[in-house]
Design a binder for this molecule. Structure first.
Ligand SMILES: NC(=O)c1ccc[n+]([C@@H]2O[C@H](COP(=O)([O-])OP(=O)(O)OC[C@H]3O[C@@H](n4cnc5c(N)ncnc54)[C@H](O)[C@@H]3O)[C@@H](O)[C@H]2O)c1
Length: 381
């Protein structure tokens, strides 16, 4: 039956889930019909504020017949099991990032989505921003040619108070990692979306500044199938914050810094000049070109609207759930490489990573200082 509004339930109404509820009215194609949270106070507050029924268990919400779709905004480990249950009931899913903590759980989620025929999207809202859309188009159209080198550097800052704000945060059992699984996924996703997926990586993670059991700093070198190389760095130990993705090719280069984009094109392909130029100090010559950045602010609502339009009229997804696997591959691969001290081939060996995570979880210690604050990053309001 054709619908013009998608009835949505939000599962997990903490910092991010509350934000999704608060801005649902900005998406004409969506209607918030119910909420769910295992914390009775969070569930009651959202139910009163939005005048919709609240459930303590995701299963009860999914059985309520009040929803066509759900947004899952719980801690990461719950994304795959809740999504799989939703797909079994033919309910569409928009999962918060990352889609899962492990590639094996993400595989199961993707398989369940495919078997159901339902729409599966992931909240990678940065893909919707004008500069990211433009970068993607330029690279996909071959304007910078074959990619030779990529880099991603994202340095952010988080205080100990941030890490103390929730018992699940920055633990192997509650979150399944640190900066890689929590803050970096948006950029890892963009990085893979623009530069492609490497076939090998060697990485290291460290806990440098905070009293947490997971990493607050990670770095890796990457190798792609065509022999190109990449370098990535992510941390929550840096101020002022910095965000950069660079994709360099035979014909030019694209640089994203914060929300700006710069593009250079070479007058001659590097490969051609390197082989044929006769002068000793010549160069292919590059010029920065003016670009018109399309509309798109990279808001959560743009992804929610696109998700609803995909359900209503088959609009192509900006952030398909299956592509959510890319960031998880990079995260698991980097942690596996760091803990084994060895290079890792991608796709990650599912069994090895599950074994490693099980061991890390056994070493997990319960947090002694938890303030229980639920507020989302003001930059992502
Ligand atoms: N896209 C973005 O910009 C963005 C920004 C912040 C957070 N996030 C993501 O949103 C998710 C939630 O993060 P947060 O910061 O809102 O955390 P939070 O701790 O503030 O909120 C999580 C909520 O989920 C509830 N919950 C836990 N287990 C549940 C379950 N099984 N069923 C139902 N409810 C459950 C908790 O009680 C809590 O209210 C994470 O995946 C995080 O990565 C995304």
């Amino acid at each position: 039956m054709a619908i013009d509004k998608v009835r949505i339930g939000v599962i997990g109404v903490g910092g991010m889930g509350s934000g999704h509820c608060a801005r649902m009215h900005e998406v004409a194609e969506a209607q918030l019909t119910c909420v769910c949270d295992t914390d009775p106070e969070a569930a009651r507050a959202a139910s009163e504020k939005y005048k919709v029924p609240a459930y303590a268990r995701a299963g009860d919400l999914l059985r309520s017949r009040l929803v066509d779709a759900v947004i899952i905004a719980t801690p990461h480990y719950f994304h795959p099991p809740i999504a799989i249950e939703a797909f079994k009931r033919r309910i569409h899913v928009l999962s918060e990032k990352p889609i899962g903590v492990t590639v094996s759980a993400a595989d199961r989620m993707i398989a369940a989505a495919e078997a159901s025929g339902c729409v599966f999207s992931v909240m990678y809202q940065m893909r919707a921003s004008g500069h990211a859309q433009l970068a993607r188009r330029i690279i996909a159209e071959g304007k910078i040619g074959e990619i030779y080198r990529t880099s991603m550097v994202v340095g952010w800052y988080r205080s100990q108070a941030y890490y103390n704000s929730g018992g699940w945060r920055a633990t192997w059992t509650g979150e399944g990692g640190g900066v890689l699984i929590n803050q970096a996924p948006h950029f890892l996703d963009l990085y893979a979306w623009l530069g492609g997926m490497p076939v090998r990586l060697r990485g290291e993670t460290r806990t440098r500044l905070h009293d947490i059991e997971v990493e607050d700093e990670a770095f890796a070198t990457l190798e792609y199938a065509n022999g190109a190389h990449g370098y990535l760095y992510a941390s929550t130990t840096e101020s002022p914050g910095y965000e950069q993705i660079e994709i360099c090719g035979d014909l030019g280069k694209v640089l994203l810094q914060g929300s700006s984009i710069r593009v250079w094109v070479n007058k001659q392909p590097v490969s051609e000049h390197a082989r044929n130029a006769s002068e000793m100090w010549g160069s292919p010559g590059s010029e920065e070109i003016a670009v018109a950045v399309p509309e798109g602010s990279g808001s959560h609502q743009e992804i929610t609207r696109n998700f609803c339009k995909a359900i209503i009229k088959g609009e192509p997804l900006i952030a398909p759930g299956a592509e959510g696997l890319w960031a998880v591959e990079l995260i698991n691969g980097l942690i596996l490489s760091s803990k084994t001290g060895k290079e890792v081939s991608l796709p990650v060996d599912r069994v090895r990573y599950d074994r490693l995570l099980a061991r890390l979880k056994r070493s997990s210690r319960e947090k002694t200082v938890v303030t229980g604050v639920r507020e989302t990053d003001p930059q992502h309001q």
